[in-house]
Design a protein around this ligand. Structure first.
Ligand SMILES: NC(=O)c1ccc[n+]([C@@H]2O[C@H](COP(=O)([O-])OP(=O)(O)OC[C@H]3O[C@@H](n4cnc5c(N)ncnc54)[C@H](O)[C@@H]3O)[C@@H](O)[C@H]2O)c1
Ligand SMILES: O=P(O)(O)OC[C@H](O)CO
Length: 317
């Protein structure tokens, strides 16, 4: 694959930032991995950057974006966000924060079934880069594509971002399901109905339904709900084994964004009257209002209903 060498700055040297820095470096790009604990100043690494990719956990995104705003950045710089979360105060996605702060720059979302521990082992994986600016998405595609990492473009950044973000809540539920040994049928039902909740919220927020059936939606949902490498899945699994949220968070390696996302998601669903029963039980579980068994009972004993919300009546029977 031929491409011109790009100067790529990765913000956040956690698990995902480090894996992405490795992928960009494999292709011969000039990569600077910036961490708040490191010795390099943000201003010095941002100079001449073609691409600035944020792999900061949600809680730090606005602070870091504001510091970047006060640094000299080329007018051509493309911002890429790889964070999977929602901002509590505004309910914004990370790309909405970057776009608000940098209204004249292209913003690209990078999201997919990407467990970082597999990617650093160079196991094959695929992802999606989504933007309203196709040229920017294609530039980012070239920077990260390799024989081990297949990158697709997509024109629906909100859908790609919400798929990666909302699946973390369902992954917590999947961990609970496996932790309680509920079986394969239960897991299939949970993941499928979880996807229905993600589509309901996503459509309401302006995303395209098809996006949720792609890599960044269903793909990431399957990866995260089936792997003990997922921190969100692990969190649910340990809740099912009787640990408290506080105990789990104290020993979990890295960030489980699903905890914060679930709280913001409940606010969005309530404001917009969207039914998300699985996510609601995850919320109550995280708040300590129900036990895993009570959450399961509440889901199974809901009123019976048709499978789909919006089948035209004449096609029903
Ligand atoms: N690890 C994965 O497999 C993976 C894959 C895809 C997406 N993600 C997403 O990427 C994001 C980061 O995940 P991670 O696994 O690297 O988490 P992590 O906990 O390993 O790293 C988070 C990074 O954010 C930095 N950070 C947090 N607050 C900050 C602040 N206020 N200022 C500066 N830096 C700050 C931390 O120093 C750290 O470098 C999350 O939103 C996660 O959902 C992770
Ligand atoms: O470890 P998790 O649960 O944050 O999942 C990591 C990625 O989002 C998987 O694509």
């Amino acid at each position: 694959m031929s491409q011109s060498v790009k100067s790529v700055v990765i913000l956040g040297a956690g698990a995902w930032g480090t894996a992405l820095a490795k992928l960009a470096a494999i292709n011969g790009n000039q990569v600077h991995l910036w961490s708040r604990q490191g010795s390099q100043s943000l201003v010095s690494v941002l100079e001449n950057a073609h691409i600035v990719l944020s792999a900061i956990s949600m809680q730090g995104v606005r602070d870091v974006a504001s510091v970047v705003q006060s640094s000299p950045v080329s007018p051509e710089t493309i911002f890429v966000t790889a964070t999977k979360g929602l901002e509590p105060k505004t309910t914004y996605t990370p790309s909405q924060i970057w776009q608000e702060i940098f209204p004249n720059h292209p913003v690209v979302v990078l999201s997919g079934p990407n467990l970082s521990q597999e990617i650093v082992r160079e196991l094959p994986a695929a992802t999606v880069v989504a933007s309203k600016n196709i040229n920017a998405a294609q530039s980012v595609q070239l920077v990260f594509s390799s024989s081990r990492f297949r990158v697709y473009t997509n024109p629906d950044p909100v859908g790609v971002e919400l798929g990666g973000t909302l699946k973390n809540v369902i992954a917590i539920a999947a961990g609970v399901c496996d932790g309680l040994n509920l079986g394969t049928n239960a897991k299939a039902a949970l993941v499928t109905r979880g996807l229905t909740e993600i589509v309901r919220i996503g459509k309401n927020l302006g995303a395209k339904t098809e996006t949720f059936y792609g890599l960044s939606g269903l793909g990431d949902l399957l990866a995260t709900c089936n792997s003990p490498l997922s921190r969100n899945y692990q969190l649910g699994y340990q809740l099912a084994h009787g640990k408290t949220l506080k105990e789990i968070l104290a020993s979990l390696p890295g960030t489980a964004e699903g905890v914060n996302t679930c709280r913001v998601l409940m606010e969005i669903a309530q404001q917009r009257s969207i039914a998300i029963p699985i996510s609601e039980q995850v919320y109550q579980l995280l708040e300590g209002e129900v036990t895993p068994q009570q959450a399961l009972d509440q889901l199974m004993l809901r009123d019976i209903k048709p499978e789909f919300d919006d089948f035209p009546k004449e096609q029903m029977w």
